[in-house]
Design a protein around this ligand. Structure first.
Ligand code: SF4
Ligand code: SF3
Length: 542
């Protein structure tokens, strides 16, 4: 195996024997084969689209399959194998519709994708031939840009999939994903063409986040600022983690009147701000922090756990029986729901002790998405004009295991008292409970939401730029980002597409970015690695 798609990749170079995330060689090979199969499916969908044949089922499948290869989503080889099989079926059905199927097709995917579909071994062998480094002659910059594009698309596909779950889809997103996936099969593609596809990926990802925002706010209302308790309520309990709002809503409905309190974990925290979710009286609070601390926090939780897509850590044996997965999440031998009939999860929660008594642990605020922030735009603009607010920092992105991520906590602690911190995604769990106070009634720590709510952050930045009649780069606003998995790649490409300069990125730069590609990002966009909080604050604030 060779995988270097995430920030925790082995030695900052690549995972070669087993993933630091726990991904096995076998699952890695199956994921490589799935990506290869999706590229070839995309070749067929492009031909089909030209003939007016559009198949939303195949489009959504493409997003789901891409999403399932994201870091910490699916560790179940059998599930990945079934996606490969489904992909092959779609290729065959499109070939048939296009009328260009041969008696026995001899194209590369058909030859490589074995016909004995159920034999995982043969799929693994085929996957070993199509990995990232399968072409040893490929130029390192081409490889770097090609993988950046694929990772950006994986992130985008995850947002498109979440939106599709709420019945929001967009043909331009599907068409781009397929064009770009097919383009990565071209071994003679130029660096310029790949770079412009990366920028296009950033552009289309804004569309994906936009339709997800429309799906979430259209279904559940615009988030409102809300205080979320971090303690416990006496009674039975279920913990929900991941990113999926629909799963949470269904669970809230199915647990009504059953004496069970529902808690969020990780990226589900912002769900408390959505009016149509927060209305449930048994939707109580947030337990623990984010996905990085999942194993130790899940271990202590006295109820059952629903893990929606994504991120997941390998469950410990101690709580394996009380954890249930849904969406694309997969672990061998862990119960999975395909239909959102959560009866076994509820039954399990009722059989567990729950919390014996109420427990106080303070509270945090969330719900500062674009509507909430822009509703006080006048106040914010006034505070900037009167210099009550000197600078805004968007300290956002993913969390991970590295010690050096303490940079972000320290940075937020050291931000001067006349500055405001906007945050989003799961990196915030390092500082989400800090009491930073307010400036003229404007909280100094504003949680915009999940990683996909980067869309909200972009909207806020654009609105402020318009109010001050300047460009986003001229605002007193700096981006201090943390990355871990591929959704962060998609968001970074979106920010670069928008022309946002001088982003600071950490805790380390991606292993898949070659020195030449890094030079382009530095020269064109002023992208820079984080240094120390003191040094970075000094550089930004002068
Ligand atoms: Fe390694 Fe990350 Fe790939 Fe897992 S996803 S195998 S940790 S690079
Ligand atoms: Fe977090 Fe995966 Fe990236 Fe949603 S849950 S931001 S790491």
């Amino acid at each position: 195996m060779f995988c270097f798609q995430c920030e925790q990749t082995a030695k900052g170079i690549g995972c070669e024997k087993i993933g630091v995330c726990g991904k096995t060689h076998e699952v890695a090979a199956l994921q490589d084969l799935l990506i290869f199969a999706l590229k070839n499916l995309s070749v067929e969908t492009i031909k089909a689209r030209k003939k007016g044949i559009l198949d939303n089922k195949i489009n959504i499948f493409t997003c789901k399959a891409l999403f399932s290869t994201l870091t910490n989503v699916n560790f179940d080889g059998a599930k990945i194998a079934s996606l490969i099989k489904e992909c092959k079926t779609h290729i065959a059905s499109l070939k048939e519709k296009l009328g260009d199927e041969a008696e026995e097709c001899k194209c590369k995917p058909c030859m490589l994708l074995p016909s004995s579909d159920n034999e995982i071994e043969s799929l693994i062998k085929a996957g070993e031939k199509v990995g990232i480094k399968s072409n040893s002659k490929i130029n390192e910059d081409i490889l770097s840009l090609r993988e950046l594009l694929i990772y950006g698309m994986k992130g985008m596909a995850s947002y498109a999939d979440h939106a599709a779950i709420l019945d929001h889809t967009d043909e331009t997103i599907f068409a781009f994903i397929q064009e770009a996936l097919a383009a990565t099969l071209n071994e003679n593609i130029s660096a310029e063409d790949l770079l412009s596809l990366c920028m296009k990926c950033g552009e289309i990802n804004i569309k994906a986040m936009e339709i997800l925002d429309a799906a979430n706010t259209g279904t559940y209302g615009h988030p409102v600022p809300v205080k979320v308790p971090l303690g416990a309520k006496k009674g039975k309990a279920i913990l929900v983690s991941g990113h999926d709002l629909k799963d949470l809503e269904e669970l809230l409905k199915q647990t009504e009147g059953k004496g069970i309190y529902i808690y969020t974990h990780g990226e589900m925290l912002p769900c408390h701000g959505y009016p149509k979710l927060k209305k449930y009286p048994h939707f109580y609070g947030h337990y623990g922090t984010g996905w990085q601390n999942q194993a130790k926090e899940f271990d202590k939780f006295p109820g059952s756990i629903l893990m929606t897509t994504n991120c997941i850590q390998k469950p410990k044996d101690t709580y394996k029986d009380s954890i249930f997965t849904t969406g694309l999440v997969g672990f061998p031998q862990v119960a999975h729901f395909n239909d959102r009939n959560f009866a076994p999860l509820i039954e399990k929660a009722l059989s567990m002790p729950g919390f014996a008594e109420d427990g106080e642990a303070g509270e945090v605020m969330t719900g500062f998405a674009r509507n909430a922030v822009l509703s006080i735009a006048d106040k914010i603009i006034e505070a900037v004009k009167t210099k009550a607010i000197k600078h805004f920092f968007l300290v956002g992105g993913c969390d991970g295991a590295k010690q050096s991520r303490s940079y972000y906590t320290e940075f937020v602690e050291k931000v001067p008292s006349d500055c405001v911190v906007l945050t989003l995604a799961c990196g915030k769990f390092r500082f989400f409970d800090k009491k930073l106070g307010d400036i003229n009634g404007i909280p100094r720590l504003l949680d915009i939401g999940q990683c996909n709510d980067a869309y909200s952050a972009i909207k806020i930045a654009l609105a402020l730029a318009e109010a001050f009649n300047c460009g986003v780069n001229d605002l007193p606003l700096s981006f201090i980002l943390s990355w871990y998995e591929q959704k962060a790649c998609a968001i970074l490409l979106s920010l670069l597409y928008l022309g946002i300069k001088n982003i600071k990125l950490g805790p380390s730069l991606p292993a898949f970015v070659s020195p030449n590609v890094l030079n382009i990002l530095v020269e064109k966009f002023g992208l820079a690695p984080i240094s120390t909080p003191d040094q970075d604050l000094k550089e930004i604030l002068g």
